[in-house]
Design a protein around this ligand. Sequence first.
Ligand SMILES: Nc1nc2c(c(=O)[nH]1)N[C@H]1C(S)=C(S)[C@@H](COP(=O)(O)OP(=O)(O)OC[C@H]3O[C@@H](n4cnc5c(=O)[nH]c(N)nc54)[C@H](O)[C@@H]3O)O[C@H]1N2
Ligand SMILES: Nc1nc2c(c(=O)[nH]1)N[C@H]1C(S)=C(S)[C@@H](COP(=O)(O)OP(=O)(O)OC[C@H]3O[C@@H](n4cnc5c(=O)[nH]c(N)nc54)[C@H](O)[C@@H]3O)O[C@H]1N2
Ligand code: SF4
Ligand SMILES: [Mo]
Length: 709
Amino acid sequence: METAYRTCPLCEAVCGLAITIDGRVTDVRGDRDDPFSKGYICPKGATLGRLDEDPDRLQAPLVRRDGEWHTVSWPEAFAAVEEGLSRIPGPERAVYLGNPNAHTMAGALYGAPLIRALGTRNVFSASTADQMPKHVACGLMFGHPLTIPVPDLDRTGYLLMLGANPLESNGSLCTAPDFPGRLKALRRRGGRFVVVDPRHTRTAALADEHVFIRPGADAYLLAGIVHTLLAEDLVTVTVPANGLTEVAEAIGPFSPDACASVCGVPAEVIVRLARELAAAPTAAVYARIGTCTAEFGTLAQWLVDVVNVLTGNLDRPGGAMFPRPATEAPRRRKPYRTGRWHSRVRGLPEANGELPVATLADEIETPGDGRVRALITVAGNPVLSTPNGTRLDRALGELEFMVSVDPYLNETTRHADVILPPPRILQSGHYDFALLAFAVRNYARYSPPVLPLDGSPSEAEILARLAMIASGQGADADPALLDELVLDQMLREHGRPDLRASLEGANGAELRLDAMLRLGPYGEWNGGDLSLPMLLRHPHGIDLGPLEPRLPGNLSTASGLVELAPAPLLDDLVRLRDGLERRTPDFVLIGRRHLRSNNSWLHNMGPLVGGSNRCTLQINPADVARLGLGDKALVRSVAGELAVPLEPTDSIMPGVVSLPHGWGHDGTPQAVAARNAGVNVNALTDETVVDPLSGNAVFNGVPVIITPV
Ligand SMILES: Nc1nc2c(c(=O)[nH]1)N[C@H]1C(S)=C(S)[C@@H](COP(=O)(O)OP(=O)(O)OC[C@H]3O[C@@H](n4cnc5c(=O)[nH]c(N)nc54)[C@H](O)[C@@H]3O)O[C@H]1N2
Ligand SMILES: Nc1nc2c(c(=O)[nH]1)N[C@H]1C(S)=C(S)[C@@H](COP(=O)(O)OP(=O)(O)OC[C@H]3O[C@@H](n4cnc5c(=O)[nH]c(N)nc54)[C@H](O)[C@@H]3O)O[C@H]1N2
Ligand code: SF4
Ligand SMILES: [Mo]
């Protein structure tokens, strides 16, 4: 019997786990010696052993020939990929990178080389179904799409949270293990916590105040707050910033009264929130998925940080601060731009090198030069997770060639010609390149593989091989060459190509991590002591201290200042102003998450499904009575219709209904998931509507009509 320590890869909270192994996993607990998570664990983390041993996980590659699945060897699988991919030129290939790429080393390190090797601009990811508005707003304001402030959760005196439910999600773009405990601590130390949500969530139940808001209207509430701060002379800008005059001018039409009529938050509440934020000793505004996957997503993300700046809270302890992750590379100053190219069919602008996933089906279905004929999906289930997934489901059937890197044969990967399964979770090393950049304390932890690989390639090797095949080097090329190329480039950029021999690591991914750590802000080659060997000596992780002010040093705008009024955002305010006149639909649809779910792929775990974790339509009892509904209702949108079981609850606003995403498992070979199939909410969401600046999908505030079945 032995205990292994490993970071949980299932959500953004990066909890340390202590895993007991006795031939197989016999117990999973929180790692009490982890300085960040201190023993915290949730029900998902506790099932990691079962998930890892799920008999429905693929253990070998599958190839589909004449509609039949065949288990093949790895060399055969890579040969099939080479055969299929070499028929399709770069510009007619596409890639979709799903959410778990943010939770694997392979995704962080090999996604970019794979994209380059494919030779295409048809790059899609879950980011445009999620947080792209945040990247665009922060890119425009701070110069880099990853320069994203997080609420200084453990020190703030006032937290205004919009469109997030960390008691279910455990937090997002705010890495904080035991988020619930941290919120309770905020209240215990006398701080104030306000939640804005169309539902009275478990997070709202923990708050001092819960404010109902009409879905999709957060930008109005925030604009009303900015208006009040300016009108009442409550502004204290403490960071070097440009554009205050322009903001003051542009915000004119958004008086609290005007905004109240659209967002449904009374004007006096908007004014009071502004005054409270200004008066609090320290305060932070934090907004997440409910405000991102919305029509005014980028405007809302921008206004969040405008409020943080105007109240003097950006970059100060207790406010909204910039983490300093251990693998951060220096950023050059240059203007951040989107729209460097546009999608072929709908002319939608690129953001962060990606096109909106809401237009992937258009690119596959529409004939002409540059039509997408081949697709690679890595760790994604876009049939269940992207707007009008039903249409994408059909479109995937039209592809000439598709490869999926995924442990499951599911709603998406069933369209693939080749499925390449990554090894088990416990056979993979783990470092949170992405999530530690949003942590509320600076912290680093590396988990080497708990179990050895049994002849199958690591996911890093799978992606490296795909990249080498895509770039024409063939299925037999040595993946280590790719790592050497990347390492050489990294060391040369630092003027130290001679340091290659000093790097340590058991494989390419570890060597690259070691290089990033040593060259990073706490690194051994940068005046500190961090390196991979150092992390290996500290299996519970290393606390690198509380967040510290970083401005203006980490700004990479061309001006070197915080840009409060970037032109694209001011231009988009016109759309927000036009919306002041609009009539709201009778019913709008929003999403929700459940603590025991994780997007589309944990429904095969018996202990996690059932009970309150079901795919039901939450609806206010008054609406049920008014519409004369029974146990089920028919929900219709411009995209499609679904018959769904109802869950009447006072916790949701009248006129709003909520259905979780990631369900709709009809016809999948995962037995437990198939018994708990649910329906695909993204049969209702509309792929033709996106947030124009980021191209992000709109999942919240979807107009629907509800009738008895
Ligand atoms: N209506 C609506 N739709 C939404 C949302 C919503 O709130 N409402 N939320 C959106 C958000 S925030 C997101 S992030 C997206 C998620 O969108 P996706 O990323 O497309 O979907 P997931 O369900 O996370 O799918 C993850 C896939 O990765 C596989 N997988 C799991 N672990 C690994 C691994 O280690 N390696 C590999 N290669 N594969 C792995 C799983 O089997 C699964 O097929 O959904 C979006 N869709
Ligand atoms: N248990 C669990 N944890 C997860 C996931 C999961 O599926 N399950 N998914 C992970 C992923 S991919 C992500 S991106 C994060 C997301 O993490 P969060 O952002 O915390 O996501 P949710 O829990 O969906 O909370 C969003 C809240 O927004 C509310 N909302 C909907 N529309 C609006 C609106 O227009 N305005 C406002 N103000 N609120 C609105 C919803 O009612 C909901 O309570 O969670 C991650 N963690
Ligand atoms: S909160 Fe997230 S990281 Fe922590 S145990 Fe649960 S799923 Fe894993
Ligand atoms: Mo997400």
